[in-house]
Design a protein around this ligand. Sequence first.
Ligand code: HMG
Ligand code: MG
Length: 301
Amino acid sequence: MPYPMEGLPHQVTIYEVGPRDGLQNESAVIPVEVKAELIDRLADAGHKVIEATSFVHPKWVPQLADADELLTRLHRRPGVRYPVLVPNLRGLDRALDLGVDEIAIFASATETFAAKNLNRSLESQFEMFEPVVARALDNGVRVRAYVSMCFGDPWEGPTPIAQVVAVGERLLGLGCYELSLGDTIGVGTPGHVTALIGAFRTPERLAVHFHDTYGQALSNTLAALRCGVTTIDASTGGIGGCPYAESATGNLATEDLVWMLRGLGIETGLDLGKLVSTSTWLAELLGRPSPSRVVQALSKG
Ligand code: HMG
Ligand code: MG
């Protein structure tokens, strides 16, 4: 029996990042056929958008070096979107050759993370992204943008809200359809989330991407929903992290999010039983239990 709360949306889109954000952080290399099966299981559970992989430099993220092969193995289902991460024109060309129709670029809100993750300065990251967005749009490809380190950065401390908004508005101004606010190291808290979202001119174009390092991801999500955000990033079983920010742990677990939304009577279109069995299957392959509390509770039977 759901117990709705005032001021929340009726429907939420869950943007599943497990195959990309989750698997980019695994020390073991996962066989490409397992990745393809994971994506297919997620689609079978009702996901309509699954970030499949990354067309970054294969030496920077060897875990996803099989991106080209994975895309040729995908069983694309009608009505399901399979965006991929792309940093530069080289990555875009690889993606276009494989018929990709949606990409995500990923910028940094801080100088240090821009250097560590992109080998660029805060300013020169835009020189890399601008031609990518222009060429993608010319080819009819939708572009999402991420901005990382929105709440704090391991090297620079708390990130000023004005700095995040400046980077984010600039990315939206390039023609990105959506901006996902990344709490890469999970240090945000609900009041901070509310203040950050409130500082943007177009909250309806925002998504949120919470890593759960300090256990704040669900409460931060509730704060974002109250501000009008309706797209929430999450990863199957709560896997994830960033190889270029050691303090990043897993993302908000999709199952934990679905449990909360179901309790609130908010529609997601996802089958929680299928999500849990997929995360349990994946946890066995990865050789450790899922960090998701809901997966742990429901997989005990
Ligand atoms: P760079 O070394 O400055 O690259 O790396 P470059 O432009 O100088 O090129 C050097 C060589 O690499 C060239 O080859 C390029 O062709 C090749 P050469 O001419 O010397 O033979 N190259 C490529 N090859 C294949 N695919 C490519 C590619 N690009 C260049 N795409 C670069 C710059 C951006 C490529 C590198 O820094 C990179 O790949 N970074 C990605 C790091 C990453 O993937 N991090 C994790 C994802 S971000 C994240 O997880 C956060 C997020 O979840 C949100 C949040 O949590 O906050 C999104
Ligand atoms: Mg992330």
